[in-house]
Design a protein around this ligand. Structure first.
Ligand SMILES: [Zn+2]
Length: 190
């Protein structure tokens, strides 16, 4: 097949050269309610790759993105005990869930991913919508009981932060402590 970015022959959808050149993760931080949100990319830099999540191709692209970022983060993550990670709204709609792919790559010495725990009852798309629309259409998360205390929250993109804010509140209402959040990309970064 051809590399999606440089069109040279490649065994994967993005060739190794392009992965090295364009997908080297950085650590960007912002805060929601005093909780760190760590992102690995600027949204504008990988926008076209993120948009593949609406297609079958997204399965492969999100695996490549996760290998370059979430997996590396998890391998270097040291903590005193094992903590659990859950992804925002990881119900698989088109045969796969892009947030579950990210979460899966956190599996490591100190991180144990859990799946299908936090689902949005309201599935209205936030993509391209105003903050006002997002405020008046909350996600209404449903949380399945979790036998854990400390949680890493996972999502793919942070924009206004309203979704993660709502997810954090839901966890706290259930006596779960979000340690920090991980997202692939932050759209507030210029
Ligand atoms: Zn390439």
């Amino acid at each position: 097949m051809k590399c999606m970015l440089c069109e040279s022959f490649s065994l994967t959808h993005i060739c190794q050269n392009c992965q090295h050149s364009f997908l080297e993760p950085k650590i960007y931080k912002r805060k929601i309610q005093n909780i760190d949100v760590i992102s690995f990319y600027k949204y504008k830099d990988i926008k076209n790759l993120l948009h593949t999540k609406h297609t079958d191709m997204g399965y492969y692209i999100y695996n490549i993105l996760a290998e370059n970022s979430f997996k590396k983060f998890a391998e270097e993550f040291n903590y005193e005990n094992t903590i659990h990670s859950i992804a925002v709204d990881d119900d698989s709609k088109n045969g796969y869930s892009h947030t579950a792919i990210l979460n899966k790559h956190l599996k490591s010495k100190n991180i144990q991913p859990l799946f299908n725990k936090l689902q949005a009852e309201n599935s209205a798309s936030y993509s391209g919508k105003s903050k006002q629309f997002r405020l008046t259409n909350p996600r209404n998360f449903e949380l399945t009981k979790i036998d854990a205390k400390q949680i890493i929250l996972v999502d793919d993109i942070i924009t206004t932060g309203l979704t993660l804010n709502e997810a954090i509140i839901k966890l706290e209402q259930n006596s779960l402590k979000p340690l920090f959040c991980l997202t692939l990309a932050d759209s507030s970064l210029k």
